[in-house]
Ligand binder design. Structure first.
Ligand SMILES: *[C@@H]1O[C@H](CO)[C@@H](O)[C@H](O)[C@H]1NC(C)=O
Ligand SMILES: *[C@@H]1O[C@H](CO)[C@@H](O)[C@H](O)[C@H]1NC(C)=O
Ligand SMILES: *[C@@H]1O[C@H](CO)[C@@H](O)[C@H](O)[C@H]1NC(C)=O
Ligand SMILES: *[C@@H]1O[C@H](CO)[C@@H](O)[C@H](O)[C@H]1NC(C)=O
Ligand SMILES: *[C@@H]1O[C@H](CO)[C@@H](O)[C@H](O)[C@H]1NC(C)=O
Ligand SMILES: *[C@@H]1O[C@H](CO)[C@@H](O)[C@H](O)[C@H]1NC(C)=O
Ligand SMILES: *[C@@H]1O[C@H](CO)[C@@H](O)[C@H](O)[C@H]1NC(C)=O
Ligand SMILES: *[C@@H]1O[C@H](CO)[C@@H](O)[C@H](O)[C@H]1NC(C)=O
Ligand SMILES: *[C@@H]1O[C@H](CO)[C@@H](O)[C@H](O)[C@H]1NC(C)=O
Ligand SMILES: *[C@@H]1O[C@H](CO)[C@@H](O)[C@H](O)[C@H]1NC(C)=O
Ligand SMILES: *[C@@H]1O[C@H](CO)[C@@H](O)[C@H](O)[C@H]1NC(C)=O
Ligand SMILES: *[C@@H]1O[C@H](CO)[C@@H](O)[C@H](O)[C@H]1NC(C)=O
Length: 676
């Protein structure tokens, strides 16, 4: 990691201003000492218990969702014969009211924008959502999880006082509006070089100051800082002092007037770079960060990340660190895959520190560290909550390394929402992944989440049966909403009855929503096109393809409680379940366009890079951009040429299984830009 220089603390002494209590103590990117109770313990034993704070908060939220859901269901069942079940379920006892979660997948700006359209379709604040959309469903939801690009979406809404997609869209014409991504992150000012230059100077200052205060930094700091200007344009320097835990003080959160936001990242075992279904999955919520997996089974108070602890107790009694939980940093942590974009530095006039940092990672540390966010000191150091004989390597380690939540190929962040203790009845899986060679989803993310429950790390969780990806494509389950796990009686072999999953895949309606993951600038017209298409994908084209679609969503929401309590659904639900539930049929014939997601992303990366690079590198890029490489052969080709250039991009992952192919892809990227 990057060297530590404690002397330069002076450099940050200039930041003395301190606004709201929950903001970073120095109102800057630099974490700082604060006092905390002498006997404070920052880590708790998870053991499938929600935190007390979450439990308390849920009471406030349910008062709100119960009203909203009742309205939503009344509207959705209004054309159905018999809605008496609503009287049964909403009779004043909260435990009979269905609980809803929404998960927004990764996939860069494509996932952010398409997901925004899907969320907008569920938001009663969106024009048209109450007439030809699922308006009110978002207001009825308890949890909202995001991963990578999906987290840019959920984080933007949540940490802007629960603004709406509609309001963001209405403001697109303003300068420096939220999601003003006309220009790529690398040159945010477009032709205004001065603007780009000063932006990067500020980013550089912030990250350098954190490093000088004694904290390890990586490209994830740079990336999170750079992106934050798109998320929080109204805040000083894109929210340079804005912390994740600040949300606890926001009125809209305190009142339970917004869902509980959760961000997901994967843990990287020290000394390895392989991420698979055994990786430790981390979640960040407004109160805590940690994992339900046997390898950690604990959570830490997110506000005091950065504190040097042993067994959760500060090494220096009564002294904690605050301000480490910068909102942009945590949102960037979920999407470290994109760190690679910053390696494009030699193509720009970025400040020296950034160039040095990036080159440092490229040349000295090898690719092992290109994609990580460093949480050091490790908040879980010396803790002992592991279950059974699970590895203790995470709590033994001095540093905690987190990577993009999609690197285990569970690109829809369902893990936090299927936990038994959260007790959800239905989960909406918004899938904006690029799995097929046309960059549409093929259900791979659900397949992986399904499989994880049979691994040592996932066996405490349950997920409904889903078919293989070829079946997804052959039966068109990836082109329109599909329900999984419709009959609880068929799920009794699983650990517990998991929520019913409503799968909402990205599909073409009014706009080509299958943009490359690595397209990093969208004009206003493109942004609106993506959002509108997402709205249509979530509503069966504004109900024109099925006038009963909203009623069917109502049936899906009611299903678990109806079965558990033996109530009667409207008879129209039978037809809904026939139309939308996967019935167990398989057609595993190799489907057209199905490929492994890593190969698709590697093709996208290569083609994204070819648009900015010189002729020397285009050969390798165009080769894979055809999307024909079903294996990693194109990678091998590029590899030899890079290793020559700088020994470090050691192409760490040759000969690996497809699940780890994403690393190969990262390597290609580093390679291609290394040639610049
Ligand atoms: C916090 O206090 C400790 C002990 O006094 C000191 O060594 C450290 O540099 C301080 N850290 C920061 C970030 O100010
Ligand atoms: C949206 O739903 C919430 C919760 O039911 C309600 O308080 C609010 O007034 C609704 N807003 C609109 C614009 O319909
Ligand atoms: C669907 O509804 C959205 C939101 O009201 C609207 O922007 C879009 O134009 C509609 N699409 C069609 C095909 O009518
Ligand atoms: C949220 O609202 C509060 C109070 O109105 C305001 O001080 C704060 O700046 C807002 N936060 C953002 C990110 O806009
Ligand atoms: C939209 O613009 C208005 C007026 O400029 C501003 O008051 C509001 O905060 C903006 N909203 C968002 C979400 O940016
Ligand atoms: C997970 O770990 C178990 C044993 O610890 C091993 O048997 C299994 O193959 C691993 N699964 C994956 C996907 O690596
Ligand atoms: C939980 O809430 C209590 C007060 O009710 C507070 O003291 C504590 O810091 C909170 N913990 C977290 C992790 O938010
Ligand atoms: C964590 O909680 C579980 C369940 O209460 C308990 O069995 C286990 O011993 C606890 N672990 C530690 C290290 O206290
Ligand atoms: C399976 O799907 C393929 C490709 O869509 C199709 O050609 C074939 O007829 C299907 N087989 C069955 C048995 O339906
Ligand atoms: C469920 O209700 C139906 C009629 O409403 C009844 O025939 C059946 O016995 C009930 N089943 C259980 C398990 O209570
Ligand atoms: C029902 O359960 C069996 C395993 O017992 C599974 O193979 C099948 O796919 C399930 N059907 C549905 C529709 O989920
Ligand atoms: C940028 O250029 C410098 C000097 O030419 C070189 O040492 C460095 O490796 C390059 N960095 C990248 C990321 O290509």
């Amino acid at each position: 990691m990057v060297a530590v220089n404690e002397l330069s603390l002076l450099a940050v002494a200039a930041f003395l201003a301190s606004t709201g209590q929950a903001w970073s103590p120095k109102n800057s990117y630099v974490p700082a000492n604060v006092t905390c109770d002498d006997d404070i313990t920052l880590v708790r034993n998870a053991t499938f218990q929600l935190s007390q704070n979450e439990t308390e908060w849920l009471k406030k939220r349910s008062a709100y969702t119960e009203e909203a859901l009742k309205d939503f269901l009344k509207r959705s069942l209004s054309n159905f014969s018999d809605s008496s079940i609503l009287d049964d379920l909403f009779s004043g006892n909260s435990s009979t009211v269905p609980k809803i979660g929404i998960a927004a997948s990764g996939g860069g700006y494509r996932a952010m924008l398409s997901g925004a359209g899907m969320i907008a379709a569920m938001d009663n604040r969106t024009d048209g959502a109450n007439e030809h959309g699922l308006g009110g469903l978002l207001q009825s939801s308890t949890y909202l999880a995001g991963l990578s690009g999906g987290n840019w979406l959920t984080g933007t809404l949540s940490w802007n006082n629960w603004t709406s997609v509609q309001e963001i869209v209405n403001n697109f014409t303003n300068d420096d509006s939220i999601w003003d991504i006309d220009h790529s992150i690398v040159s945010p000012g477009g032709i205004n070089i001065f603007k780009s230059g000063s932006r990067w100077d500020h980013i550089s200052d912030a990250v350098e100051a954190k490093q000088k205060a004694g904290f390890n930094v990586s490209l994830a700091d740079v990336w999170g800082r750079a992106l934050a200007y798109n998320w929080f344009p109204s805040l000083y320097r894109g929210g340079v002092g804005y912390t994740w835990s600040t949300l606890r003080d926001a009125e809209v959160f305190q009142d339970g007037a917004m869902p509980f936001p959760i961000s997901v990242a994967d843990g990287r075992y020290p000394g390895t770079s392989v991420i698979n279904l055994n990786a430790t999955l981390f979640e960040f919520n407004p109160f805590e960060m940690g994992s339900w997996d046997p390898t950690l089974n604990s959570f830490t108070d997110i506000k005091y990340l950065g504190t040097n602890v042993s067994e959760g107790k500060p090494i220096h009694k009564g002294k904690c660190i605050a301000g480490f939980d910068n909102t942009g940093f945590i949102m960037g942590t979920s999407s470290t895959l994109f760190n690679q974009f910053l390696l494009r530095i030699n193509d720009t006039s970025l400040p020296k520190f950034i160039v040095k940092l990036a080159s440092h990672f490229l040349n000295d540390l090898s690719d092992d560290y290109n994609d990580i966010a460093i949480y050091s000191p490790n908040p879980f150091k010396d803790t002992d909550y592991q279950v059974g004989n699970a590895s203790k390597s995470i709590s033994d380690s001095r540093d905690l390394f987190l990577v993009d939540g999609g690197e285990d190929n569970q690109n829809v962040p369902l893990n936090p929402l299927i936990q038994k203790q959260r007790g959800l009845d239905v989960v909406f899986a918004l899938d904006n992944s690029a799995d097929t060679n046309q960059s549409w989803p093929d259900g791979a993310s659900l397949v992986n989440t399904y499989e994880r429950q049979f691994s040592s790390q996932g066996k405490h969780a349950a997920f409904p049966y889903v078919p293989d990806v070829n079946t997804f494509v052959n039966l068109g389950l990836n082109e329109r909403p599909t329900f999984f796990g419709c009959d609880a009686n068929n799920l009794t072999d699983l650990e517990y009855i998991p929520p019913l999953v409503v799968y909402i895949p990205n599909a073409r309606h009014s706009f080509n929503g299958n943009q490359s993951t690595f397209k990093l600038s969208y004009s206003e017209k493109e942004r609106i096109g993506m959002i509108q298409n997402g709205f249509e994908a979530a509503t069966r084209n504004n109900f024109t393809q099925d006038a009963d679609f909203m009623g069917c969503i109502g049936c899906a929401i009611l299903r678990r409680k109806q079965q558990a309590l033996n109530y009667t659904l409207p008879k129209e639900c039978d037809k809904c379940f026939k139309n939308y539930c996967w019935d167990g049929k398989l057609n595993s014939t190799k489907a057209f366009g199905v490929s492994n997601a890593a190969a698709v992303q590697s093709a996208e990366l290569a083609s994204a890079s070819s648009s900015v690079q010189s002729a020397s590198a285009t050969t390798s890029a165009s080769k894979s951009s055809k999307g024909q490489d079903k294996d990693d052969s194109s990678v091998t080709t590029t590899e030899s040429s890079t290793s020559k250039k700088n020994g470090a991009p050691a192409m760490l992952m040759m000969g690996q299984s497809p699940v780890n192919g994403i690393y190969t892809m990262l390597s290609v990227f580093a390679t291609v830009f290394g040639l610049l």
